[in-house]
Every structure is written in C-alpha cells, then in structure tokens.
Design a protein around this ligand. Structure first.
Ligand code: TRP
Ligand code: ZN
Length: 477
C-alpha cells in the first residue's frame, strides 16, 4: 500500500481512527489528529553510525549561499590563524514538523539567526547550532535560514589526526572537508545524503585568489579587498565544497569534449609539479567513454603550495597538496563520477568511492602504456594473507578505516575481479548505469551488488561475500 493510500484510509476512518491513535500513542509526546502537525526536534545527527553527530534530522537543504570574508594569517612569526566571518543563507525544507532543528557548526560562533524574516533564538554547543523556529515549521514547508557567524580559523584535524576542513595556511587556507569537516567553515547539514547547490562570494585581501566549486562568475576589487563570486549549480555533498584561498594564478580552457576547465595553480609551483594536469582533457574523454558524460558544469585543479598530505576530489575542482602527479590526477578526476556524482549513502560505503577511483587510475595508466590493470591486481593479490589488505570488511571498514589500504587497493581489486567475472561489456555497462541511475544522489553497497546482478544476470552473492563482507584474502570467487 502506498503511503498516500494509507493516509487517506486514516482520514476515511475519521474520529474512530484518531481515537485509536491517541490511545495507542499515549506514552509519546504531542498526540494529535492524523494530518495535524506533531512538532518535535529534528535529530542532532543524520544517523550515520561512523559519524553520529554529523548531519541533522528533519531538514533537507536545497541551497547554500555562502558570503565569506577571510583574512589570512599575518606575516610570520604570527601563528597560523585566520579570521573568518560569514553570512550563510540556507534554503531548506522541513521533512518533519519542527519546533527545533540543528545545523553543524564547529569552532565558529553564530551571532544571529534569522528564519524567514524573523530573528530567532539559538544555542551552540559541541559542534551543533540549535535553532528554534517560530512560527514552527510544518513538514514540507520551505524557508530561508540566514546565519551570521565567524571566528578564528586554525588547523582542524579529523578522527585520524589528518588535517582537514578549513585549514589555515601561511598564504590563505586550503579547504578539504572529507568526511565531516565542512562544519569548520559554514553551518551545514553535514552528510552526503543531503546534497545541495551552492553559491559563493568570498572576500579576501587584494592580491589573494579565492577558489570555489563550479564556475567563476567574476571578481571585484574595492578598498583593498577582492570579492570572488563562484556558482556551483550541481547538487553537491558538503564534504566536497571548497573555498581555498591563496596566491593562485587561474588558467582557463575548454576540454576536447567541451568541459570548461579552471585550474588554480599556486604561484610557487614549478612546471614539473603541475605537468600532469595537461592530461586532464584526454582523461575526461577516456572516463566519459567508460562512465558517461562528465556530470558537472566545469572541472579543474587546485594545486596549493601547502599540504594536508593528501588530495581530495572537491567537486568540479580537485585539490592537490603541493604536486599533482599523474595517477592522482586520474584518481581525483574519476571521483567526479564515482564519489561526487554518485556519493556514499553512509561512510561505510566509501570503498565505492575509493575502489572506483583507484581502479580508474589503473585503467588510465594501462591506456598510457604503464602496467596493466591485471598486473596491478596481481600485485595486490601477491600480498601475504597476513597483510593489512586482508584484515578488513571492505564494505564496513570502521570510522578509522575509511582511508585505509583495504578500502583503496582491495576496493580496486574487487572491481577488477568483478570485471573478469562478468566480462568487459557487462562491467562497463554497470559503470555507466551506476552513474546514470544514482548520479546526483547517493547509493549503498547493496545497491551496487543489486545492479551488478541485474546487469550481468549472475548471482553475485558469494563473490561480494568474499570480496567485501569477509575480511580474509579471497581464494575462490
Ligand atoms: N578521499 C581522498 C582521496 O582518496 C583521500 C582522503 C581524504 C584522505 N581525507 C584523508 C587520505 C585523510 C588520508 C587521510 O582522494
Ligand atoms: Zn580517492
């Protein structure tokens, strides 16, 4: 029975049904007649077991407009601290009747919250900004929440101790927020299941460049400050948003297949450090043949002089620490389809990001005449049974394992083994259909297995059991 039919049955039931409902829910708060609002608080997390406080319940964000003003650290020997002040204008829809809801905001202080046109009371603690809208919001109701906020930026670290989020640098900031660091720079429903569109106006001292996602609308300088305006109209998971600030030169061109490219290269980078970016256009064509048309309005790289020690597939504008090497350039580009357009529904599903991105660089490097994907698969399979590759459930690596070797290498090996098992035609049909069907949203490991079975016509339960659900090294599949 559809939800709609169920609801009309209750209405037809009228008073009798209502009485029965009140009786049966006597212990719970806010009884009411069917169809009438039952206001409550949205959950303080999105329900992801790995990062329970990340994201929020009861809201669906449609758009973030981020108006930021950033002052990088003063010249050495001052500490690496910047000053950020922002106004976030957030369009959202209530997904339940709300008398309270949360956004994630860490290390920064909100100074005012307006819902609709009215100032609202709010509180802040433990990374949660708690807002009590009045009038209350009914399920399905859309509104605009405007939050003024700011504070001192530092160098936040993730659960493993890696730098992430808004990382203050000597010349600006590098902004890479996977998995739950977006709240270090804007108030956010910080979970991939709530994608939204973005627009940015980032004001920085004249001479600095602010680089965000999507297309550059323009820049304007007045009174020693430059405001950079970017527009990112493709739905985006919050961890993929960026607003990196530094001493960049922008290089703009169009790829062979027509994708506008905007690279931001730190002025200290040598030609050698960014040489592989010249392969971007060919790589886009290569992945388009296999995964379908490039999914977003633009692409490009940010190559910073400072390093978080890793690269990130920031949507439409991949981030590289210090150097953009060829396999990493291929990896982050492939993520635009695999991870950014189709995103993990829960962080436990991250092997679908990293396995695909790693495998994508294997097949690109094979195309270039380097080792074959089969040889790289064999290298992984040559690891002894006691190696870390074989101690993890790939489809549930734990919050400390999301960037571990098994997720990357065994994830890629899983895809190669699948390709050999179902054949090239089915495998690349699967890749294309995966992107076509789940692009713009999120998907789970179960979704992937179901689609692989649908497209190959094979029962793949045992295959995926040994490859992604059991830790030991697969021997038969
Ligand atoms: N997702 C990034 C990539 O594979 C990697 C990444 C994000 C990472 N955060 C990290 C790696 C922290 C190590 C530590 O492109
Ligand atoms: Zn990756």
């Amino acid at each position: 029975m559809s939800r709609r039919m169920y609801r009309s049955a209750l209405v037809i039931g009228g008073i009798v049904a209502a009485t029965a409902l009140v009786g049966s829910t006597a212990a719970s708060a806010a009884p009411g007649r069917p169809g009438e609002p039952r206001y409550g608080a949205g959950a303080e997390g999105a329900g992801d077991p790995y990062f329970p406080a990340s994201g929020n319940g009861g809201i669906d964000v449609l758009h973030y407009d981020l108006d930021l003003d950033y002052t990088p650290p003063a010249a050495a020997p001052a500490p690496l601290e910047g000053q950020l002040s922002g106004v976030a204008t957030i369009e959202l829809t209530a997904t339940q009747d709300l008398d309270q809801f949360n956004l994630d905001l860490r290390g920064l202080t909100a100074t005012s919250v307006v819902v609709g046109k009215k100032s609202m009371s709010f509180t802040q603690s433990d990374g949660e900004l708690v807002i009590t809208p009045r009038p209350k919001l009914k399920a399905g109701e859309s509104t605009t929440v405007t939050i003024a906020y700011g504070g001192t930026t530092t160098r936040p670290t993730d659960i493993e101790g890696a730098l992430y989020g808004w990382v203050t640098t000597r010349d600006g900031a590098m902004v890479v927020s996977e998995p739950d660091g977006a709240s270090t720079w804007y108030p956010v429903n910080d979970h991939p299941t709530d994608k939204a569109t973005y627009s940015f106006e980032i004001t920085v001292p004249e001479g600095k460049t602010a680089v965000a996602n999507g297309l550059l609308v323009g820049s304007e300088t007045a009174d020693g400050k430059t405001t950079w305006t970017w527009d990112a109209p493709d739905p985006m998971a919050s961890y993929l948003a960026t607003a990196t600030v530094g001493n960049f030169r922008l290089e703009q061109y169009t790829s062979a297949s027509g994708v506008p490219i905007i690279d931001a290269i730190d002025i200290t980078r040598s030609a050698g450090q960014v040489a592989s970016l010249a392969l971007t256009s060919d790589m886009i064509s290569f992945f388009e043949e296999r995964y379908g048309d490039y999914p977003f309005v633009s692409y490009g790289a940010i190559v910073d002089n400072d390093s978080v020690g890793y690269a990130l597939e920031t949507q439409t504008r991949s981030f590289f620490s210090s150097t953009a090497g060829e396999s990493t350039v291929a990896h982050e580009l492939a993520h635009q389809w695999m991870g950014d357009h189709v995103s993990p529904a829960r962080w436990a599903d991250i092997w679908l990001n990293e396995g695909w991105a790693t495998y994508s660089s294997w097949i690109w490097l094979e195309e270039r005449g380097s080792s074959t994907a089969q040889a790289r698969f064999q290298t992984v399979m040559n690891r002894a049974p006691g190696h870390a590759t074989w101690n993890t459930v790939v489809a549930d690596p734990g919050p400390l394992g999301i960037f571990g070797t098994p997720v990357y290498d065994r994830g890629a090996a899983t895809l190669h083994a699948l390709r050999v098992k179902i054949g090239d035609d089915a495998f690349f049909d699967l890749a294309k259909e995966w992107v076509a069907r789940f692009g713009g949203g999120t998907a789970t490991t179960a979704d992937f297995i179901a689609l692989a079975e649908e497209i190959s016509g094979q029962d793949l339960a045992d295959f995926f059991d040994v490859w992604v659900y059991q830790p030991p090294k697969p021997t038969v599949w």
